[in-house]
Design a protein around this ligand. Structure first.
Ligand code: ADP
Length: 294
């Protein structure tokens, strides 16, 4: 293809999520081994309400990885028509069960259930997704028991790639409770100057072009193109958009990669990190609840 050679001459660092996830998994395996030597098997309870196929498949992959890394992971499948009070009581039993260190309620929930009330029923010390209001409050102070998995995975990728955070300008596109907001808080707690953009932001590129670190979690395929970046930018693409059977990021990789200093691919960037960080979070909660040594 004419022109291709010229395009690939600039070599952006491709941050390989699979490689970093493998490192996280090795680290988790060692920590689980140390716990097992003390007779402790970290317990992860995964609560799946209803039979939405993609939720079921996410929960299965979480259970599979947790089991592979030596945790005791259990999936609790509850009927789609469950009453909120029954679900809250079910979570209450998991809170009281000493063999359970971490509880995850797979989102989204069926529409008759109020996610905020259900998440608030999880004991904050077993809240593996970091979404309990008390933990969101602690996150705003920079010190939650665990950071939500995707935010934690993003920062792990930056650390792996030796990207400085303190004193840098970080621009986060997206403000969702699950991804955008916690990522902005985590970067802030690491000393970045953080700008948070969202749907109502006017002139997005005027902000993104100031970014040393640009995190994009908008759920809009190829939202970010060449006009949004500059050569010093490190781009983290959280997008996973299915378009015509293809998985597309929020960043137009082909346009942007030749223009920036480093970038995560989709797939193979943030995606593999998220489940690995979930299991790492479960182990962290286990260590915190049962004391790191004995
Ligand atoms: P996710 O779970 O990946 O964070 P959500 O759909 O929950 O996805 O949230 C999408 C976020 O992206 C919202 O905060 C929204 O304001 C932001 N967003 C959506 N479209 C745009 C856009 N065109 N420009 C900037 N931000 C956007």
């Amino acid at each position: 293809m004419p022109g291709l050679k010229r395009k690939v001459r600039h070599v952006a660092q491709i941050i390989d999520g699979k490689q970093v996830a493998a490192e996280v998994k090795r680290d988790v395996t060692e920590r689980v081994q140390r716990l097992r030597e003390r007779g402790i098997v970290p317990g992860l309870a995964l609560v799946l309400v209803g039979d939405d196929p993609s939720s079921a498949s996410y929960v299965r992959s979480k259970r599979r990885l947790a089991t592979d890394l030596g945790l005791n992971a259990m999936v609790h499948e509850l009927p789609v028509a469950i009453q909120e009070l029954d679900l809250v009581q079910f979570i209450g039993r998991l809170n009281e069960d000493d063999s359970v260190d971490a509880v995850l309620v797979q989102l989204p929930l069926p529409s008759h259930l109020h996610a905020d009330r259900v998440l608030a029923a999880i004991s904050p010390e077993k809240d593996v997704d970091g979404l309990h209001p008390a933990n969101l409050g602690r996150a705003s102070q920079g010190k939650p028991p665990v950071w939500p998995c995707t935010a934690a995975g993003i920062v792990r990728l930056l650390d792996f790639a030796n990207v400085p955070i303190a004193g840098q300008t970080a621009v986060v596109v997206g403000r969702s409770r699950l991804v955008g907001w916690p990522t902005a808080q985590l970067l802030l707690s690491r000393g970045a100057t953080v700008v948070q953009c969202h749907r109502q932001t006017v002139n997005l590129s005027s902000y993104t072009r100031q970014a040393d670190v640009l995190v994009v979690a908008a759920g809009v395929p190829h939202l970010i193109g060449r006009e949004h970046v500059r050569p010093a930018t490190v781009v983290i693409d959280v997008g996973m958009n299915r378009v015509d059977g293809r998985l597309l990021g929020d960043v137009d990789f082909e346009q942007v990669a030749p223009l920036v200093s480093a970038i995560t691919p989709v797939p193979g960037g943030v995606g593999p990190m998220t489940v690995a960080m979930l299991v790492a979070n479960a182990v962290s909660l286990c260590e915190q609840r049962r004391g790191k040594r004995g």
